[in-house]
Design a protein around this ligand. Structure first.
Ligand SMILES: Cc1ncc(COP(=O)(O)O)c(C=O)c1O
Length: 392
C-alpha cells in the first residue's frame, strides 16, 4: 500500500480529468446520504417499465436472443423505428439511416464523434443538459452556450445565437422539448435555427429524447420541417417514453453518409446495444401505447399542481409544455443556486437540481422533476416556497 502510494501515475487525459462531475449528481449523492429526503432532483420516470415490454425482455433471454446484433441494431427493430419516425415524428427515413446506441446519450456522443475535430465549436443551449458539455473534451471540441433566458420563457435568444457562429462552429444542438426547462420551441424558432445552420453550413443535431412527452400543444422536429437537408441529425431514446432508463437504448437518424460514420464509432466502442433490450424495444413499439398516454397525463397533472404552488409563491418562471421538469425562481432567497440547493436539502430535507448544473443563464433557479409523486411534489415544493421566502 505505502509502496504503491509512491508511484507517480502516468498522466490522465487533460480534458476528461479536468471536467467537473455533474452538478445534479453532487446534490443527488448528498440526498442519498440523507434517508427520508424528498427527491425532486431525479431525471427519470418514476413508473415501472410496462409489463409487456418486461415480458418481451424475459422471453428474449429464454429464446436465446442473447448474441451480438448488427451494430446499427436488429433489422426488425430498425424497420419498426422507420414506422415510428414516420408516425410520431413526421420523419421519412430508412433502415440504413438509423443507428442504435447505448441510450440517447450513446447515440448523441457517437454523432459528435462522427463530426467533431479538435478546435471545433458546438453551440449548446444554456440552460441545457450537462452531458453535451461533458462529451466535448474527449474530442478536443469546445462548448459555446447560446442563451435561452428565463425572461423569454427559456426560448432561445435567436439574435444572440446568430452572433455566436464563428468559422469554427461545427454543430448546433437543438433540444426541444428541453431538459431542464420543459420549453418547447415553436415551428418559427425551429425554422430560424435550421436557416442559421444552413447559412453557416453546420450540422444541426436535434435531441428529441422527450419527443413523446408533450404536455401542451404540438412540437416541431427540424427534420420534419427540412426533410431534404442532410445536415440534420435527430436523436431519440426509449428511456423516457417507455420508462426504460436502465435498459439503455437510443437511436439517431440522419443522412446515410453520417450514419455510416456514426456506426463506425459505435462499432469501436459498443459493438451493439444489448440484444435483450432491442427485442423488448420492439415490443414497446408494436404493443399498446396507452402506457405512454398514462405517464404523460401524470406529468401534466403534476405540472399543473407545481405551477399552482409556484405561481402563488411568485416563483413561477414559465409553464413547461414538454418533458417532465419545471424551473423555479429562487432569487428571493439571495443564495447562488448551488448553495441554495445544498442548504435547502440540509435544512428542509428536499433535493432539487441547481440551475448552475445546466449553465449560467439559470443561476437563480432550480430544476424540479415532475417524475416524483404528487404527494412529494405537494410537500417538497411547498417547503421550497416557504424556504425561499423565509428571510423576506
Ligand atoms: C436532453 C436529454 N437528452 C438525452 C438524454 C439521454 O437519455 P438516455 O441516455 O437515458 O437515453 C437525456 C437524459 O436525461 C436528456 O435529458
Amino acid at each position: 500500500m505505502t509502496r504503491m502510494a509512491r508511484i507517480a501515475l502516468p498522466s490522465l487525459a487533460g480534458g476528461p480529468a479536468e471536467m467537473l462531475h455533474s452538478g445534479i449528481r453532487e446534490v443527488a449523492n448528498e440526498a442519498l446520504r440523507r434517508p427520508g429526503t424528498i427527491r425532486l432532483d431525479v431525471g427519470q420516470p418514476d413508473f415501472p417499465t410496462p409489463q409487456h415490454v418486461k415480458d418481451a425482455g424475459k422471453r428474449a433471454i429464454d429464446e436465446n436472443k442473447t448474441f451480438y446484433t448488427h451494430t446499427q441494431g436488429l433489422l426488425s427493430l430498425r424497420e419498426k423505428l422507420v414506422d415510428k419516425l414516420a408516425r410520431v415524428n413526421g420523419i421519412t427515413t430508412s433502415v440504413e439511416a438509423i443507428a442504435c446506441g447505448p441510450g440517447g446519450v450513446g447515440a448523441i456522443a457517437a454523432t459528435f464523434a462522427a463530426v467533431l475535430e479538435p478546435g471545433d465549436e458546438v453551440l449548446l443551449p444554456d440552460p441545457g443538459w450537462p452531458n453535451y458539455r461533458m462529451m466535448l473534451p474527449w474530442l478536443g471540441a469546445r462548448a459555446v452556450d447560446y442563451p435561452c433566458p428565463p425572461s423569454a420563457g427559456f426560448q432561445p435568444d435567436l439574435d444572440a445565437l446568430e452572433r455566436l457562429f464563428t468559422p469554427r462552429t461545427k454543430v448546433l444542438v437543438v433540444n426541444s422539448p428541453n431538459n431542464p426547462t420543459g420549453a418547447v420551441y415553436p415551428a418559427s424558432t425551429i425554422a430560424t435555427m435550421i436557416d442559421l445552420a444552413q447559412r453557416h453550413n453546420v450540422w444541426l443535431l436535434s435531441d428529441e429524447c422527450y419527443d413523446q412527452i408533450v404536455l401542451d400543444g404540438t412540437w416541431t422536429s427540424p427534420a420534419n420541417l427540412a426533410p431534404d437537408d442532410p445536415r440534420i441529425a435527430t436523436a431519440f431514446t426509449f428511456s423516457k417514453t417507455y420508462s426504460m432508463t436502465g435498459w439503455r437504448l437510443g437511436y439517431v437518424t440522419g443522412s446515410v453518409e453520417l450514419i455510416d460514420t456514426v456506426t463506425k464509432v459505435l462499432e469501436s466502442n459498443s459493438s451493439c446495444v444489448s440484444t435483450i433490450t432491442q427485442v423488448a424495444a420492439e415490443a414497446a413499439l408494436v404493443g399498446p401505447q396507452d402506457c405512454v398516454g398514462e405517464m404523460v397525463a401524470a406529468y401534466r397533472r403534476r405540472r399543473d399542481l407545481v405551477v399552482g404552488i409556484l405561481r402563488d409563491a411568485e416563483l413561477l418562471i414559465a409553464e413547461p409544455a414538454g418533458a417532465f421538469y419545471i424551473m423555479a425562481d429562487v432569487s428571493p432567497a439571495g443564495l447562488p443556486a448551488r448553495e441554495f440547493a445544498f442548504t435547502f436539502l440540509r435544512e428542509r430535507g428536499v433535493s432539487v437540481a441547481p440551475g448552475t448544473a445546466f449553465g449560467q443563464v439559470a443561476r437563480d433557479a432550480v430544476r424540479i422533476s415532475l417524475a416524483s409523486s404528487d404527494a412529494d411534489l405537494q410537500e417538497g415544493v411547498g417547503r421550497l416556497a416557504e424556504f425561499v421566502h423565509r428571510g423576506t
